[in-house]
Design a binder for this molecule. Structure first.
Ligand code: ADP
Length: 400
């Protein structure tokens, strides 16, 4: 069975064609600049690349182009659309309505529409992707896999904000958390890598352009760093993370900014970019630090210190830790960030081995010393596999 995995954003869409049973990836690609000019980057399972510059005025035309590329011409990997059995969609916000993946029905789309105020940029694009697939591939099952679903097991005292209670009952204002598919995948892999099978206490640091940490007890998320929206928690590429409400209102009055301008600043101009003044890309900021740029040094120190604080608080929430996991572009590749985060955590049972930490690999691995009480894992995330696998299970009736 081949599953077409779609991650539809506002001006781009990412796709993959994967067999979830064999884990064989036939093609991976991205359509960028939809509505502007249009670029399709299509990669075969072996990494060979194909770039097509073609106008894509709408998402529908972009998906049509992807389906044509998969079935015809230079990019062909399957004979026809009939070789796609199902479609798995990455969906961002499932609110409190979706605690697991679901078959896309009219009712599901209606519910996702009601959740648009919670994810005004993402949910409309996700819904559009679902509706276009239903139109272009009639009769094929579509499954929605939500970024928020894995975090629905958080207890109320972890997800509530201490605002007047009716803000929660009237507007659903609470922490939801994101990157759930990655937190699930990585924590699940980590459980498999641990010797103990019960009372597993796992902390996952998903560190990419967007970053979040989660605490996972026996496979269930009990806390996570992102909130009602992804701006909360860790300092990220361009997002501020945790900032006091007083600082925000003071900045607004000093700068004469509207709430939307302020949110734009906190989402797109803050974080690593805002502090370094150089880039949102950690690699460039690490290079800047090497060259002696003190604001780049500050950005790197802040990134690592923020992660460390969350790790410490989640050790407390879990009453100990069995495995600390690093994933995402930064977590998988930056030995330096892992080293600074873990420095001084020996008292919590986390003892990193510098040689293992510095060894490059794209495989899941343990970088703790042999005598470390808890494990430290680097685990490449695979959100697409979770989407394909959930889609397969739901479509084949293995899971309701
Ligand atoms: P996204 O959240 O968009 O999926 P990624 O998970 O790909 O992003 O992570 C992107 C981040 O990973 C960037 O900040 C990038 O600099 C960082 N990164 C990638 N490779 C390295 C590396 N070798 N060393 C340090 N940072 C890296």
């Amino acid at each position: 069975m081949n599953v077409f995995i779609l991650n539809a954003g506002s001006s781009s869409l990412k796709y993959q064609l994967m067999n979830p049973v064999t884990k064989n990836v036939l093609a991976v690609g991205i359509c960028e600049r939809i509505g502007i000019d249009g670029v399709l980057k299509h990669e075969f399972g072996d990494g060979q690349e194909l770039k097509i510059d073609v106008s894509m005025p709408t998402h529908k035309e972009a998906i049509e182009l992807v389906l044509r590329t998969l079935t015809d011409g230079e990019g062909k990997v399957i004979d026809s659309i009939d070789d796609i059995e199902a479609i798995g969609h990455r969906a961002v916000h499932g609110g409190e309505e979706f605690a697991s993946s679901v078959m896309v029905t009219e009712k599901v789309i209606e519910t996702m529409k009601k959740l648009i105020p919670l994810a005004p940029l993402h949910n409309p694009a996700n819904i559009m992707g679902m509706e276009i697939c239903q139109e272009l591939m009639p009769g094929k099952p579509n499954v929605a896999v939500f970024d928020t679903a894995f975090h629905q097991t958080m207890p109320d005292y972890a997800y509530m904000y201490a605002l007047p209670y009716d803000q929660y009952t009237k507007h659903g204002i609470r922490k939801y958390g994101f990157h759930g598919t990655s937190h699930f995948f990585v924590s699940n892999e980590a459980r498999g890598m641990l010797d103990k099978k019960h009372n597993t206490r796992i902390i996952v640091c998903h560190l990419g352009n967007g970053s979040s940490v989660s605490a996972v007890l026996n496979g269930k998320c009990i806390d996570t760093s992102m909130g009602l929206t992804p701006v909360q928690g860790l300092m990220m590429g361009t997002r501020a993370g945790d900032v006091g409400a007083g600082a925000i209102s003071f900045m607004m009055s000093q700068e004469g900014m509207t709430i939307n301008e302020t949110l734009d600043l906190m989402n797109k101009k803050s974080g690593i970019l805002g502090i370094s003044g150089k880039s949102s890309d950690l690699r460039e900021v690490l290079d800047g630090m090497q060259e002696g740029d003190d604001r780049c040094r500050l950005a790197v120190d802040m990134v690592a210190y923020n992660i460390k604080k969350y790790v410490g608080s989640y050790v407390a929430a879990l009453d100990g830790v069995d495995a600390l996991c690093f994933t995402g572009g930064i977590g998988e590749n930056s030995a330096l960030i892992r080293e600074i985060v873990c420095a001084g955590l020996d008292g919590m049972g986390l003892n990193i081995d510098p040689t293992k930490n510095n060894k490059r690999s794209n495989k899941a691995r343990d970088i703790a010393t042999n005598s470390s009480a808890a494990r430290i894992f680097v685990i490449p995330t695979n959100e697409e596999y979770v989407i394909a696998s959930d889609t397969y299970k739901i479509v084949s009736g293995l899971e309701k």
